[in-house]
Design a protein around this ligand. Structure first.
Ligand code: GDP
Length: 482
């Protein structure tokens, strides 16, 4: 019987990475950690590993090692940290139910007085180590944090209901995860329903170029039920597996760095901010700066309402001590003392105000400023897509791309659901626009007409590819030689 690489690693009790190294040394080709191995290869590896173990046990400790000076190795790598996971997917596919189920069944025993509370993230223990979940489901939160320049997610779990398969927000979620370069695990949910069709979901995934393992690809799919809990343990196991391959590490010592996950104004307590520590250790009485606000940490609590004295990498804590509300997605850094924290904040405020004054000062000086500086070049686009959801997602990303370049104006002249038409071509030829379609293709007659008129008409199956082409268009305008 054939065995998958990660299964064999588990059987032998070694890291998947080490097993891949063995395969490399044997010259065995594999596609991913989930590829299957021939029985004889698996057997060879088993022998190799047991020989190695035997040798290690039997071989006398080499004398040289005891006396020789420590090898001049590079600094020891920072210790492993828990993966941080975001759950995304279409509305009603079960994101909240999944997060609730995991939390309910996995959060470490609630000590006396502990009350489960929503702080925006929680940590669970699993047989393969702790995992941190951001518990604001959906890609809006994910992307808000990314927009502010931080990244708080190591792995995206995309939940797809088995009775509904891939829906517009599923595509969006996948596009967001891909744009962020975050590994994806697919949780096929609601498998307890009689109308659940796991195979249909897998086939639909292939169309998004996410080929499931059992279809020969390397996309991890786990059938689950957030209602009964079936498959949830396997899902957690897969998260740990992917985390191991990602080799996530962070130093525990040193001043804390992290990101604001959530910030609320509590009528009684004041400003409560949830920080995900990403590096170093955060302690009570530390000084922090985030954006243009600072804090002296007066109290830290975990997701069970328990007071904690310190928080290391991948640990989320709710902090009391900010004088004003920090912004979700802003980074946090430690400051040695109050004076420094205040000075950093004052400096940042001054810099921003200065920039604003300059902006205002310029206005009215020239006509161009008065009427808005004309941008150098304009790119006109006509967008077509299979659904309104995809259209919105594409427009959102294009708008953000366009914001980043001053020299180029990107205008979406028309966006509509359905295949490109002759009338789109008319508009395109008058305005010099490019027609891009996502998930729909133009009929042959329209394609021919476009060719005749010299209009660029392209169709895409992946949002990210479309966006890449838009980026290329923008780049081509800035650097004509590109
Ligand atoms: P979200 O919008 O993605 O957060 O979805 P919810 O978690 O709110 O779930 C939407 C609906 O689906 C709720 O009525 C849930 O009870 C139901 N639901 C979620 N997971 C499952 C499941 O595994 N099986 C069944 N039968 N229902 C589920």
């Amino acid at each position: 019987e054939k065995v998958r690489i990660y299964q064999l690693a588990k059987e032998l009790g070694i890291d998947t990475k080490d097993l891949l190294a063995h395969l490399d040394s044997l010259g065995v080709e594999y596609k991913s950690h989930s590829s299957t191995l021939e029985e004889d290869v698996a057997e060879t590896i088993r022998q190799l590993v047991s020989e190695e173990r035997g040798e290690v046990a039997a071989a006398p400790q080499p004398q040289a090692a005891a006396t020789a000076p420590a090898p001049a190795e590079a600094q020891p790598a920072a210790p492993h940290r828990a993966p941080v996971v975001t759950v995304m997917g279409h509305v009603d596919h079960g994101k909240t139910s999944l997060l609730d189920f995991i939390r309910k069944t996995r959060v470490a025993d609630k000590e006396a007085g502990g009350i489960t509370q929503h702080i925006g993230a929680y940590r669970v223990e699993t047989p393969n180590g702790p995992i941190t979940f951001l518990d604001t489901p959906g890609h809006e939160a994910f992307t808000t944090i990314r927009q502010r320049g931080a990244s708080a997610t190591d792995i995206a779990v995309i939940v797809i209901a088995a009775d509904d398969s891939i829906m517009p927000q599923t595509r969006e979620a996948i596009a967001h995860a891909r744009a962020a370069g975050v590994p994806i695990i697919i949780a096929i949910n609601k498998t307890d329903l009689p109308q659940a069709n796991v195979d249909k979901v897998k086939q639909d995934l292939m169309r998004l170029e996410l080929v499931p393992e059992d279809y020969g690809g390397d996309t991890i799919t786990v059938p689950i039920s957030a209602k009964t809990g079936a498959g949830v343990d396997q899902l957690l196991e897969m998260i740990s597996l992917v985390a191991e391959l990602e080799d996530l590490r962070a130093p525990v010592d040193g001043p804390a760095e992290g990101v604001i996950i959530e910030s609320v104004l509590d009528k009684r307590a004041g400003v409560l901010a949830t920080v995900l520590v990403q590096k170093g250790t955060l302690r009570v009485a530390d000084y922090l700066v985030s954006g243009e606000v600072w804090a002296k940490v007066r109290r830290m609590t975990d997701e069970n309402g328990q007071t904690v004295a310190e928080a290391g990498p991948s640990v989320p804590v709710q902090i009391l001590g900010f004088s004003e509300q920090p912004v979700a997605g802003d980074k946090i850094v430690s400051a040695p003392d109050e004076a420094t924290a205040k000075a950093i904040v004052a400096e940042r405020r001054a810099a921003r105000e200065e920039a604003e004054r300059e902006g205002i000062g310029k206005k009215g000086v020239t006509l161009a400023d008065l009427f808005g500086k004309p941008k150098a070049v304009k790119i006109n686009l006509i967008l077509r897509a299979d659904t309104q959801g995809s259209l919105e997602a594409i427009k959102g990303v294009i708008a953000r791309e366009a914001e980043q370049v001053e020299e180029v104006d990107v205008e979406v002249m028309l966006d509509a659901v359905g295949a490109p038409t002759e009338s789109d071509l008319l508009l395109a030829s008058t305005a010099g626009a490019t027609v891009m379609s996502f998930g729909v293709t133009a009929p042959g007659s329209v394609k021919k007409a476009a060719e005749r008129q010299g209009i660029t008409l392209k169709s895409y199956r992946i949002i990210y590819d479309l966006i890449e082409d838009v980026q290329r268009l923008i780049k081509g305008q800035i650097e004509p030689e590109f």
